[in-house]
Design a protein around this ligand. Sequence first.
Ligand code: LMR
Length: 394
Amino acid sequence: MFETLQAQPADKILALMQMYREDPRETKIDLGVGVYKDATGLTPIMRAVKTAEQQIWDSQDSKVYTGLIGDPAFGDAMVKLVLGDAVPRANVAAAATPGGTGAVRQAFEMIRMARPDARVFVSNPTWPNHLSILKYLEMEMVPYRYFDDETRGVDFDGMIADLKTAHKGDVVLLHGCCHNPTGANLNAAQWDAVIEVLLETGATPMIDIAYQGFGDGLDADAAATRNVVASMPECLIAASCSKNFGIYRERTGLLMAISADTSAQGLNQQTLAFLNRQNFSFPPDHGARIVTTILNDDTLRADWMAELEDVRNAMLGLREQLAGELQRLSGSDRFGFLAEHRGMFSRIGTSPEKVEALREKHGIYMVGDSRMNIAGLNAQTVPVLAAAIIDVGV
Ligand code: LMR
């Protein structure tokens, strides 16, 4: 029977990872997949994670199933981390998922269950896997303008004009912070305007927040999400712990469904549990337990926050250095946007041919749409990248 299968399109980001591995050049630089690397090129296990794992190893006496939504303590800790006090806890249904991607997938399925004809508005561009999962689920997607190729900032007028065409029963997918793949983000006033349009149209927001703590700080990065949930009657939020806890392979995420009052919460909660059962039954626990241990222990939490701040500041430092180096080499300010962007990524805004030239000639790997992972750089590789960017004529 399997001879009837059709080859599926390769994921651009994962295909690039493979090409990088196969490149024998010692000078190659990996700016592809969104993984944080320290100055030595290592993706370290955070100190608090190591300590929490040790504590779990010492104290855990069973690996019996948790519950379909995972350990409720994980949900409580993460709801607090992401939403703060923006809405009463009783309005939030939450379920642990395998990573942020698992939360995105479950959110789309919940939308499809509630409204089989819902259209999902997606930023142009967005994380390619958003599009791939929507396509796989046969859900209709509508791109909205987002990135301004000239300024490398947000095409805000275009975005608002496109969002105004949404209706009640549609969903608008937003990136809570650190937009992937562009690095260009809305400011607070622009978020207010988006909320206004959502209220006018009656569309439901869904927020993917995968990089909390990587942009302007843990609370600052959650501010827009909190504003949306406090202003809107309903909202879906897919949160990831992969990046900010550095536990990529543990697959740790949380899906939240927020309703205007507690009466809808029960049905939402039951739906999330049902969806988990259908797709994978119990969600993974190890990463969730690490996160819960850290967030519920003052000392571990403070240490985690301090290390995350160091990571964030290191990325900001690399942004400044790269923008400065390019200013020096180009004699212009046209790369200033690199210091303005936030999060792991920046789209430099060049053609696939130039991205290929960077790879072929200089061994610099970035996604074909010219997204580069700033966290893949270090103080030594920044000047190499800057020189290559100028050399290929970006
Ligand atoms: C990325 O965009 O590089 C990350 O979110 C990793 C992934 O799974 O694609």
